[in-house]
Design a protein around this ligand. Structure first.
Ligand SMILES: [Zn+2]
Length: 389
């Protein structure tokens, strides 16, 4: 014998009693003669609540029967059950909102809904269209608001499949269909839970939309969720406005000007860093005594080799008769630069030396870069390149 689904005829039943028909897993999985617990199905998540005093963690639809997975075992007999009502009512609002929105999208734009998902914060419907414009969204939102104001009854009925006509989406099921009807708007075959009037939906807000596999996915919120979300949006905007010392309505203009100023400052910073590196390279060159061959050689240890390090090296060798070895600690990297009048080929010299110790690198005649597997040979490479330590 199957489980009687009380939510089929009464979605507002939150407390009920039932007989334990049988149990599995030593009483942790329970089958009742009847239940108001909704199992996860058709895009709507399962209910939570209590069964015989134990928390219900899973509600599984097994065709004829519904299995209740409990946090702790119970014994057979008559049990009191209660559904987590705020959670269920939220689901009823989102699910009925989906029926209404799907119908409105067909009526206003001719777009069919191909799938629905009810998430913990947001719900989505996928519309069979490649494009959805701002004005279409606004049109549907306005129509949805009107349908809520109409306070249209939402009714549950049962009809034989062949006789159930004018459904928004044809059903492939046979036998008796459960039909959810929003008066004068929509008829859908659906096993989910719904509110009894569109007035209970409250605000219906469409949010983000994205193109997905040739369809458009639309996020929406209804009822108390929409209120909470709008409140949160206002809080976030207010907080951002406070940080910017700007009015909320001025935020886009304000952020745009901030972005421009930031880009300008970044450009300035890069120019100053280049100027500084050049001056530093020049100062280093001046403070380095030429060797017997007339070449100024200098070793520089830095934390890491950056773009500014390369600029410094370029500046150092551009003064002529010069060679610079920069050793970066983290990660361990070497940069070798030699002026074109030094008769040194930076790329070849560095590559040959690094190869001897299992490292690798190379570059042009004047500037080259490379790495060593460990720092043990750093000194040997320095000596190879003509830098005495
Ligand atoms: Zn439904």
């Amino acid at each position: 014998m199957g489980t009687e689904r009380l939510y089929y005829t009464d979605c507002y039943l939150a407390d009920f009693d039932a007989e334990v028909v049988r149990t599995e897993k030593d009483g942790a999985v329970v089958y009742l003669d009847r239940t108001a617990f909704y199992p996860a199905s058709g895009g709507q998540p399962q209910d939570l609540g209590l069964c015989g005093g134990m928390p219900v963690s899973g509600v599984i639809d097994q065709d004829e029967e519904i299995a209740h997975v409990l946090g702790a075992p119970i014994s057979a007999g008559r049990v009191q059950c209660s559904i987590d009502w705020p959670r269920r009512y939220d689901h009823m609002q989102q699910h009925t909102g989906q029926h209404l929105l799907s119908a409105a999208f067909v009526a206003q734009c001719g777009f069919r809904t191909v799938s629905f998902h009810l998430g913990p914060d947001l719900s989505t419907i996928d519309l069979e269209t490649a494009e959805l414009s701002d004005s279409q969204v606004e049109q549907v939102e306005n129509r949805a608001a009107q349908l809520v104001r109409d306070a249209r009854p939402v009714r549950v009925g049962f009809e034989e499949a062949p006789l159930a006509n004018a459904l928004r989406k044809p059903s492939s099921r046979t036998g008796v269909l459960r039909i959810i009807e929003i008066e004068g708007l929509d008829r859908s075959a659906c096993g989910g839970t719904h509110v009894r009037s569109t007035a209970e939906l409250g605000p219906i807000l469409i949010r983000r939309r994205e193109k997905l596999r040739g369809n458009v996915r639309v996020e929406f919120v209804c009822g108390d969720r929409a209120l909470a979300r709008a409140r949160k949006d206002f809080h976030l905007l207010g907080e951002t406005a406070r940080l910017c010392t700007a009015a909320i309505d001025d935020l886009p203009r304000h952020v745009d000007s901030l972005r421009e100023r930031l880009a300008e400052a970044e450009k300035q910073r890069q120019k100053l860093a280049a100027d500084l590196a050049e001056a530093e390279g020049r100062r280093l060159w001046e403070s380095t005594k030429p060797g017997l061959d007339g070449i100024r050689r200098r070793v520089l240890d830095v934390d890491s080799i950056r773009e500014s390090t390369r600029a410094l090296a370029q500046s150092f060798i551009s003064a002529g008769q010069a060679a610079l070895l920069v050793r970066g600690r983290d990660p361990f990297t070497l940069l070798f630069a030699a002026s074109s009048d030094s008769n040194l080929h930076a790329g070849n010299l560095l590559r040959n030396s690094l190869q001897k110790y299992g490292g690798r690198g190379g570059g042009s005649a004047t500037i080259a870069q490379g790495t060593l597997p460990n720092t043990a040979y750093a000194r040997d490479v320095s000596c190879d390149l003509g830098f005495e330590e």
